[in-house]
Design a protein. Sequence first.
Length: 1175
Amino acid sequence: MRWVTLEKQQSVKAGLKASKGPIVQLTKLRLSGFKSFVEPTELVLEPGLTGIVGPNGCGKSNIVDALKWVMGETSAKQLRGGEMDDVIFNGTQARPARNFAEVVLHLDNQLRKAPANFNDADALEVSRRIDRGEGSTYKVNARDVRQRDVQTIFADASTGAHSTAIVSQGRVGHLVNAKPTERRALLEEAAGIVGLHARRHEAELRLNAAENNIKRSEDILRQLNEQLVSLKKQAKQAAAYKSLADRFRQTEALFFHHQWVDVNARVSSAQTRKGEIDGELTGLETELTAINAQQAELAGNIPALRQKEAERAAALQRLKLAEHELTGEESRLAAAQMALEQRISQIQNDLEREKQLAEDARKNIDTVSAEQKEISEIQNSQQEIVANLLTEFQSRESAQKSAEAELQNLSDTIGREETRWSALEERKNQLQSRLTKLADDLTKSTAQRDEWKTKLDADNSLQLCLQAVVFNEAEVSNAKTKLAEAEQNLQTAQSAHDDAQKQSQEFNANKAKLRAEADGLRAILSSESDIVDPIMDQVRVNSGFEAALSAALGDDLFAGLQDSADRFWRGLPPFASAPELPHGATPLNQMVEAPKELTRALSLVGVVENFESGQLLQNYLSIGQCLVSKNGDLWRFDGYTAKAQASQKTATHLRHKNRLEEVSKELENLNAEETRIAQLSFTAQQNLTEAKERQQTSRTALDTAYNELQAARGKQSDETQRIAVTQAQYESAQQNCDRLTAEQTETQGNFDTLIAEMGEKPDFDAMRADQSQKRLSVEELRNQAFQARATYEQSSNESKQRETRLQQLDNQLRDWQKRLTEVESRQAMLGERQETAIAEQQELAGKPAEFAAQREQLLIQITAAEESRNEAADILSQAETKLSEVDKSGRALQNSIGALREERVKHQTAIELGDTEQQKLRYDIQERLEASPEQLLDIAALKDPADMPDFTATQNKLERLRRERDNMGPVNLRADIEATEVEEKLTKQQSEHDELIAATLKLRQGINELNKEGRERLTEAFVKVNENFSRLFTRLFGGGKAYLEWTEHEDPLEAGLEIFASPPGKKLQALSLLSGGERALTAIALLFAVFECNPAPICVLDEVDAPLDESNVDRYCTMLEEMAKRNDTRYVVITHHRMTMARMHRLFGVTMGEPGVSQLVSVDLHTAEKMRATA
């Protein structure tokens, strides 16, 4: 499991410290295939004011979009698109679409203020490339990076795709309509905590993930404990399974042995019959060889006869083909004569048509030549008139431009003077209003500072919160100790309960097994005899002597005691003088308890130790006596001898009977044990339930203690934040007092200097009268130039139309001349074709007579060839008939041989199948038992091969053992190993769980420290932004007042920002209630106020001056110039306003030389002014 560490907390602090120093500088922007900039385009970002101008729709704002896109913008909507692929050039009628777009931004990092990962180079090259349908890739200095890395670079530099310094179209309106909480982002950027905010959010996500991991860890610990208990049960079950598997292996070895013996017998039988068939086949194949020799002799004569017949048939066929070819030649001759007649007729018609076309062409040539001559004469006479009209038009247009230039110079002079005087008046009013406001603000700030100081001195709530946290931490520690004890007790109780359950299960399983065995034995005993109450049921034989009693009495034990039975034992008295058994033989009645009806029978039976003893003592038996062994061998007095396997049925019955008695006794003993087992299980279950309740109670107490500790810590954090806010507000008020005092002195000095600088007001009325007179003169010259131009253009158009008609007539003349030449050429060609056709017609006229003579000669040759071919066919038929008779005899022999071979193949297949079955059986034995067939009896562990059960008994026993194994269900044979592994995992998991809790507490403490520092910096930024906003608002409006205020929440990190503004002559009101121009100017003042607190490396203003009038545009431009002098920020201003263009240091123009494709051109105004001054 991957646990959370404090690395992210450390990176957050590093980013916070980095944001306080100097920033990196943006030096150049390069675009390729981005929106309308299809060709590689570079925008050099130099210090000062850079203006971008151009008509609507030419692609100016695409430069802003490119800058935001390379900084990591993720929303296509923010780039004015539907999806991110829309930024790729999509093609025009003249240009194909591109498949990728790339933007590269160059940064100057000589001060080494970039993030640590990229701070090893003097310059950074950040690029973003998108391929259609594949997404974006980011690189820094040609090294692949993540999108988040790029966003962090710019966030630490106080800029980025959503930076306040990038004011795109509609941003001002969005700021006016935004919610207070959305405006808080302005202060976060001013405080330089944008990067911190993102990192803190990620750290909080990691903290949440860590808390979730704690819950999962607890679940894993509980699961591992349950799994360990289950594995211990499975280990005991596996031991029982292994015992059953050993018995199953022995029975399976006997089963495979029976199959192996059966397969060997079948293979031996098939091999014997195959040898007999091989002898019969030898005789038949000799007879077939003689017939084949005769057949070969006859077949050798057939090819020559067939060749002779075929040659004569071929000669006949050649003659018939020659006749057929002659008939075809006659048909083709007739068709050729008809085609020649049609072709001669068609050529005559074509010659008539071409003659008519030639006459039409000559007429058209004469008509076009006449019209061409007439138009050329008119055109030559009009050229001098058009030249005179052009000279007059150019003269009047030059006079118009000179007058317009004089008028423009005069208008520019009036505008500059009016703007300068208006700015001086406005500045005077601003300074007067500012002095009044500063006096009021200083009084309020002093009172507010004293109020915050009083609150700080009287507050002791934080100390109480710390005491509560210490107390609750002690409570949590005690609860953990109690929970550990309860869990240990629960584990002990669970172990005791498992042991009791195991004993109960083993007891029940043993009892059920004995009952099943007893029921099975009773069923077997009752099915082995059709006699009611056989005497065997009253016989008790010592264990091990069942085979001996079965050998002595056999099936007679199944006889009854009642006279009504077909077979029964009569009760006779013992022998008066029974002969004694041979020395070394033990009487069987000593090992058997039986009814008196068996007294005589048992007294004559003796038991010997082994087979050799029985063979020796048989010679000493008296009449009626017999000897038996424990294995079931029998020796009778008359010499009859039977080995052990001859009497298995009765012995088995006796064994079953003895086993039934043993099982019955064991069941009686188990009934006495059942009460103790039940009491043990009940006690263990009761102890387990109590332990679980105590463990649950301890866990609930720990959860309660945790919750109380969390609440105390939360209250401590809240109090710490509240006091930090109060302290920050007090310090802010003190700084505000000092600042207001200094600003009041500075403003009074500026006001005195301004009054001294203001001179006499210029005479604007006289200047405007001169301007009106010049405007009338320009209008008169413009009308004269327009009239001259219209006259010239009319004459010029008529001349161009005549030129066009002459060109058309020339083309028509050449076309008709070409047609006439082609017609004359076709007439000559048709005449040649007519002469050739007439010559061919004369040549074909004598061919029919030649064809008639050839046909008569062919008919005579065909008759003679048919007679010769019939004679050869008769001879061939006689030879083929004799060969057919010989073939019939050969096929009969082949059928007999085939039948024998099929039978041989059948037996050969049986042998191969037997071999295959042997191999399969050998493979199965090796696979299942890992042994060879010769080792099966050893695996079965038979002490005597005579004791081997038959195939059916073995198969039934194997199925019974398989059912027992299947009834056990799935058994985990690795339970012991897995239990050990789980115990190791449990120990490791518990250690990781403890480490995770400690790491979570440290991470939460680090986040609280970061929140505290961010809150302090945000409060400090609020004070600075508020001061800057008030000052800039007064300056832009020439008076009035404005300020910012926290809303919705006491915590600065969660609070909103509301704007209150009062333009000159209006009451204080919210921003949304102002007019459009006032709202725009107020929003600009706020954006610049934020920007002054934390200057970004670049500031982009996209048509911000659009809603402003000329006087406000002048103030706006003056403020831009002052800010450009105070910091190193590069300012990029997109505008349509002439005054703004005039105040820029350099201008870039965006044009569309062809539809849909933007181009960038540049002019450095400072350099141009120097060149003009030195000219």
